[in-house]
Design a protein around this ligand. Structure first.
Ligand SMILES: Cc1cc2nc3c(=O)[nH]c(=O)nc-3n(C[C@H](O)[C@H](O)[C@H](O)COP(=O)(O)O)c2cc1C
Length: 198
């Protein structure tokens, strides 16, 4: 409960490196997550240093392409601007962990109902793994940001990383350089419905 309450998305990082053993511990926490049919449909790419700069240059190209390609789609400019802001944060973080759904496919493919159910279950499983990682990182004193804006540079990043499944997220990891206030949450009563027969 302590780490659950203390974790906040961190969008400012110090340049300090992250210890290799700590990165291992964080990913091992992810691997301990439950997964649908125990498929463990995840693969983690730890990207640092020049490799990180290269990956983020690739992401920038992808975001620029999306901005052009999606021009005119209602609300898209705000979404792409947000993605560029995420990219700026990722450049500051010393470590980016890209996460692949090894059982998935590119998000643009048509899939049938069974494939959709499988994809939802695999996404849930990977969500559990990522949350475990964020909590382990919090315990070790690191800050994290869970990132899905990678989707706006999907083709470029998937190709760069050599991903044949689905690039589902990235996690920025580093020593925090801010202590943000907790972001608002919906009220308990708003999101919970008790149904009991007396
Ligand atoms: C699936 C997912 C994707 C997210 N993608 C991004 C992102 O691309 N960029 C970003 O700045 N934050 C991203 N976030 C962070 C959320 O904005 C953040 O969790 C939310 O505002 C609540 O704030 P908190 O994490 O500090 O509690 C993402 C979070 C989740 C769970």
């Amino acid at each position: 409960m302590k780490e659950i309450a203390e974790r906040h998305s961190i969008r400012k990082y110090k340049a300090d490196a992250v210890n290799k053993d700590d990165i291992k511990k964080i990913i091992e926490a992810g691997i301990l997550a439950p997964s649908a049919k125990n498929r463990q449909p995840w693969k983690f790419f730890v990207v640092e240093g020049e490799a990180k700069e290269e990956a983020l240059d690739v992401m920038e190209k992808g975001l620029t392409r999306s901005r052009e390609e999606l021009k005119g789609v209602p609300g898209i400019e705000a979404l792409i601007s947000d993605a560029f802001n995420t990219l700026r944060i990722m450049r500051e973080a010393p470590v980016i962990i890209f996460v692949e759904n090894t059982n998935g496919g590119a998000p643009f493919m048509d899939i049938n109902v069974n494939e959709r159910i499988t994809e939802i279950c695999d996404s849930l499983s990977i969500g559990a793994a990522i949350q475990n990682m964020l909590l382990a990182a919090t315990e070790l004193g690191y800050g994290t940001l869970w990132i899905a804006n990678t989707f706006y540079a999907y083709q470029e990043l998937a190709k760069f990383l050599g991903i044949n499944g689905q690039l589902i997220s990235a996690v920025a990891l580093g020593v925090p350089d801010e202590t943000p206030a907790p972001r608002p949450r919906k009220k308990f009563e708003e999101v919970v419905e008790f149904r009991s027969i007396h």
